[in-house]
Design a protein around this ligand. Structure first.
Ligand code: HEC
Ligand code: HEC
Length: 444
């Protein structure tokens, strides 16, 4: 058994506790667009619980009325949006957050490159595919042993490593995350000083000062922290980042019907003996009525094949082992964390052009086929040596294979019938296409 918890335990998991992202007021809100009251109710808690970053001279510190908190969030959101689209923050002057996280593509890349290029010369390849920035508001903070209070009332169930941002869960807050691409030598390749200078010279410098206080530009460090905070705040704009406007949401609300194929796909997605997808990619409303996030945020090893076209992988000794490194440092040497990556949400997945942490696959068909034929027909996915031996799990050293998940559909062996046949794979893909935001129900 790879994962700490088995299928049935995981299946019991519904929505998770919220990540202590910036503002209680806009975060932790899984209830969709009509949840103004929830937001308002927690507005006063935003400062009380000290969730705001302590930015020097920030307008948003201590003793504010609810109206003042709202006004300050609104200002930070507007500034955060400007920052998000501003290439002048980068070392090359060419790359903004939006270059890799394009709003038209659910905040994933507009191109179909496996990994994006960045750095000062715009030629440095990353080694992970770009995840969506939508529906991150309910990712819980990383924990090695996740106990979900929603879990059928049984908090003693250990669901294993869960949560955190990025594929390996190495940071908990949007602000800490934003630091990564800004400073990464293969992404925006900037420095806090350059970022501060760019903001000072930007058309939104006055708005920035208005949001963070007249003295904010006195220190580059304070300016940089404020930038991170503004980006985090922008990423929590509900109507942009978690609108819940997919066809599936309309279906759950009784406002539309699924086609026959979509409906069959949903069944197969949920069926524990078929796709069993919903055991990790939760598809039902939580007990408190909040919409499904299509992830339980667990970190799981599913043995994605090595992507041999990535520059890093030219070195046969290099392995991206997810939570145990090399990007993530705190769990290095902890074998049980090797090969695990955070289960991504499947909302808007049809807008993505590259799938899995290494960007190996370019269609949902291929992804679903990998799930159901990985063990029955491994030769379709992994290299086969001259003597006909399939080099299964070629991107995970053998000593970590015990970490691999063995729940259905990963419970088969060579020669067994795949969990889904070709027609069923198509149905599941049809269902995945109902998870794209922006659906308008037919007018009757
Ligand atoms: C060169 C492309 C690129 C740029 C530019 C970029 N990102 Fe990303 N982003 C990525 C990749 C790749 C990951 C996954 C990183 C990992 O797992 O190590 C990621 C992950 C994230 C995540 C975590 C998503 C999750 O599922 O946990 C957030 C949030 C994010 N980026 C925000 C930003 C912000 C804000 C900026 C601008 C300051 C930015 N990104 C700029 C490529 C990029
Ligand atoms: C045991 C948990 C688990 C089960 C069961 C599971 N998934 Fe996943 N899913 C994951 C994890 C973990 C990843 C990321 C793996 C990686 O990149 O290394 C993932 C990634 C994906 C992706 C790629 C998303 C992206 O943004 O790149 C798709 C699509 C997907 N799963 C669909 C499905 C479907 C369809 C099923 C059922 C046939 C399924 N999953 C079953 C855990 C699971």
């Amino acid at each position: 058994m790879g994962r700490l918890a088995g299928a049935t335990l995981r299946a019991g998991r519904r929505g998770a506790a919220c990540l202590p992202l910036v503002l209680a007021l806009v975060a932790c809100d899984a209830h969709g667009p009509d949840s103004g009251t929830t937001a308002a109710a927690s507005a006063s808690g935003a400062t009380a619980s000290g969730l705001l970053l302590p930015v020097a001279g920030s307008a948003a510190s201590g003793g504010q009325t609810r109206a003042e908190v709202y006004a300050s969030v609104r200002k930070m959101t507007l500034v955060g949006k400007q920052l998000f689209f501003d290439p002048s923050l980068s070392g090359s002057g060419k790359l903004s957050c939006a270059s890799c996280h394009s709003p038209e593509h659910a905040f994933t890349p507009p191109n179909s490159l496996q990994v994006q290029l960045g750095g000062g010369d715009m030629r440095q390849p990353g080694f992970r595919a770009v995840p969506t920035l939508k529906y991150l508001q309910s990712v819980p903070a990383f924990s090695e042993h996740f106990h979900d209070s929603e879990d059928e009332g049984d908090e003693s169930v250990d669901a294993g490593p869960t949560g955190g941002l990025t594929w390996d869960g190495r940071v908990d807050r949007g602000s800490d995350q934003a630091r990564i691409p800004l400073l990464s030598t293969f992404e925006m390749s900037s420095t806090p000083q350059k970022v501060a200078a760019a903001v000072k010279a930007s058309p939104y410098a006055a708005a920035f000062r208005d949001a963070f206080g007249a003295q904010i530009f006195d220190s580059d460090d304070a300016t940089f922290k404020a930038v991170l905070q503004a980006l985090e705040t922008f990423e929590q704009t509900p109507e942009t980042f978690y609108p819940y406007t997919s066809k599936y949401d309309a279906y759950l609300a009784g406002k539309t019907q699924l086609t026959a194929a979509e409906s069959r796909g949903l069944q197969l997605f949920n069926d524990e003996k078929k796709g069993n997808c919903a055991s990790c990619h939760l598809s039902e409303r939580a007990r408190d009525g909040s919409p499904p996030q299509f992830s339980d945020f667990g970190l799981i090893a599913i043995g994605v094949p090595r992507n041999r076209t990535l520059a890093v992988n030219r070195d046969p000794r290099f392995y991206d082992l997810g939570a145990c490194g090399p990007e993530r440092k705190d769990l290095q040497g902890r074998d049980e964390f090797c090969g695990i990556f955070r289960t991504p949400t499947l909302r808007n997945v049809a807008l993505k052009k590259r799938f899995f942490h290494n960007g190996l696959y370019s269609s949902l068909d291929e992804v679903v086929r990998f799930y159901v034929e990985r063990d029955t027909n491994p030769e379709k996915f992994y290299p086969v040596s001259k003597n006909g031996v399939v080099q299964k799990f070629d991107d995970l050293p053998k000593r970590y294979w015990s970490n691999l998940n063995t729940d259905p559909p990963f419970d088969r062996k060579r020669g067994d019938a795949p969990a889904l046949d070709e027609a069923e794979i198509k149905d599941v893909v049809a269902f995945l296409n109902t998870l794209t935001d922006g659906y308008r129900p037919p007018v009757r």
